[in-house]
Design a protein around this ligand. Sequence first.
Ligand code: G3P
Ligand code: MG
Length: 244
Amino acid sequence: MSSLNFAHRGFSGQFPENTMLAFEKAVEAGADGIELDVQLTSDGEVVIFHDDTLERLTNGKGTLTEFTLSELQKLSVHSQKNAEIQDQNIPTLREYLSWVSNTGIVTNIELKTASGDPTGLEQKVLELLEQFDIKEKIIISSFYVENMIRVKQLESDVQTGLLTIDCSEKTIQKAVDIGMDYFHPVASQLNETVIEQIHQFGLKINMWTINEESDLEKAEAAKLYGIITDYPDRLKKIQGNLST
Ligand code: G3P
Ligand code: MG
């Protein structure tokens, strides 16, 4: 069976990352899943955005969490790949869920917080999942153990994954101890020994971010649960070639 093809920040290899356009284009390119990043605005709304600050991705300046939703919605998101693409905005998680609930897409929601300290983000995300009755199609992840413990305390049966650049036995064991279903290691950890060890601990693997065709081929051969890529079209092609 093929790995799930997760589009990283949507089809971010060609379209402005974490925008509705990038999500729609990911589905058109054949993605099975979408990875996206969420943060809280100063007035407690959940928005989809990767960076702490606005400069790289928008015409705004400053720290995202210091702005209200209505201030953020006035900004334009730049396209890093194609200057002709304009008029994209920062989406809310609510807007995304309203769209994705009509597709079969699996969503990996990455909690982006500046530390593992409590902000209320976990609670707000879980409330939205409840409203859209979409929990079964969601995997929540974070680099912070504290965030993931809070998610599990609030909602024990939502699927979760620990993000990490470290695949030591200690970290894998930690993921198991805090009840994770998945382990989300960085792409540089793609080797048979590491993959086998994580599987022995009973965790499914979603690896990020794999973009080059030769690496995507290696990842597909490693029988991961999911591959997170900026180029869902490339992975789709490789998976299509393997099945013919
Ligand atoms: O969830 C995988 C990956 O997105 C983690 O890193 O910085 O791209 O959000 P980043
Ligand atoms: Mg991410």
